[in-house]
Design a protein around this ligand. Structure first.
Ligand code: 1CP
Length: 334
């Protein structure tokens, strides 16, 4: 929390994106008993246990709520199931947009909010709890596409060909995200993160409206209500738009994806904006010298700047648990 508030805490605090997940044997064991992901996300007992698993094992400085970015459209009434990845009906017209219902969202997310309460009650005071949501643009991508995609071509096509419809969707998701994150902060989350995993597929002409403006609205509205809450934004693959994102969204910290040079980012973000990231998840799989030199390079580049050590994207399932232990040791000894 001090690093997010702009203090260059050293050694830097550390957590790992997707830290609760398939690389952990205890997660795989639970998952084998309850194979339906949506059940895992919406059963407070199970979601609480999974959120705490990586904290027990590694002592990370933050826990992140075990949920998914697609819980929000699900709570708005958009059907969702998980196969290899998420599967949703494709949203393509005003009629399907009209079925999304903000009023029923509050009740449908209640099990997730209960998880926030239980996790906060079980964490010690030194461990922060990070709530999260997908950023409106990224969630819109999955809703228009009906699932994952390499380039989210149909979502981008809609943004160009039906700009009013796409803007309406992003705007509705912005409102819903404010409500959802407000509930998480009320329930005890210390910080919230906005995952804009697909921000980088947009041309700069649309990045301002769909990524920066929607994130700014969310951040400012949360901060007006919760002055001590911190917001982390993750505009993945934003490239040259990264500094504008850090400057204009009012986020407390900007998450660097693997492609960002931390030494360059540090010079380009406004004073006081913390940075988070950005070890290549594959360096963590590799371990040994590769892990050591990549980790050292990031630590050297970030020393003296408010910083939270993390990966540049989610940890991958075949990551050896020993390598995560080695990473924790290296960062703690920085
Ligand atoms: O056991 C499994 O197979 C589950 C895989 C899984 C997990 C662990 C999914 C399906 N979601 C989650 C949890 C999750 N998702 C968390 C939990 C907290 C944590 O430990 O970090 C978070 C923060 C997310 C966020 C999320 N879901 C993002 C944003 C971050 C990112 O990775 O870019 C995205 C894009 C999703 C969608 C999603 N959910 C699941 C999958 C496999 C995907 C990717 C789909 C695709 O694009 O192909």
């Amino acid at each position: 929390m001090r690093a997010l508030a702009g203090e260059p805490v050293w050694p830097p605090p550390l957590w790992v994106m997707r830290q609760a997940g398939r690389y952990l044997p205890e997660y795989r064991a639970l998952r084998a008993e309850v194979p339906d992901l949506l059940t895992l996300f919406t059963t407070p007992d199970l979601a609480t246990e999974i959120t705490l698993q990586p904290i027990r094992r590694f002592g990370f400085d933050a826990a992140i709520l075990f949920s998914d970015i697609l819980i929000l459209p699900w709570a708005l009434g958009h059907p969702l199931r998980f196969a290899e990845g998420p599967v949703l009906p494709k949203l393509s017209d005003p009629a399907s947009l009209a079925t999304l219902d903000l009023n029923r969202m509050r009740e449908r997310v209640e099990p997730v909010i209960e998880t926030v309460r239980r996790v906060r009650a079980r964490l010690d005071a030194k461990t922060a709890l990070i709530g999260f949501a997908g950023a409106p643009f990224t969630v819109a991508c999955y809703m228009v596409e009906g699932g994952g995609s390499a380039d989210f071509a149909s979502a981008r096509l809609m943004a160009h060909a039906k700009p009013a419809l796409f803007s309406k969707l992003v705007s509705l998701l912005t409102q819903a995200t404010i409500a959802f994150l407000t509930q998480q902060l009320e329930a005890g989350a210390d910080a919230v993160m906005l995952f804009d995993s697909w921000a980088g597929v947009l041309p700069p002409s649309l990045f301002g409206a769909h990524v920066i403006e929607s994130s700014r609205r969310i951040t400012e509205s949360l901060k007006a209500r919760f002055p001590h809450a911190r917001v982390i934004g993750f505009p993945r693959l934003a490239g040259l738009m990264f500094p504008a994102y850090a400057a204009k969204t009012s986020v407390d910290a900007a998450g660097m994806d693997t492609s960002v040079d931390p030494a360059v980012a540090r010079r380009l973000v406004p004073e006081g904006v913390a940075l988070q990231g950005n070890l290549d998840p594959q360096a963590l799989v590799a371990g040994g010298m590769a892990l050591e030199s990549e980790t050292r390079a990031i630590l050297t580049a970030m020393r003296g700047h408010p910083f939270v050590f993390n990966l540049g994207h989610g940890i991958v399932p075949h990551t050896p648990v020993d390598h995560v232990c080695a990473l924790v040791q290296m960062v703690r000894n920085a």
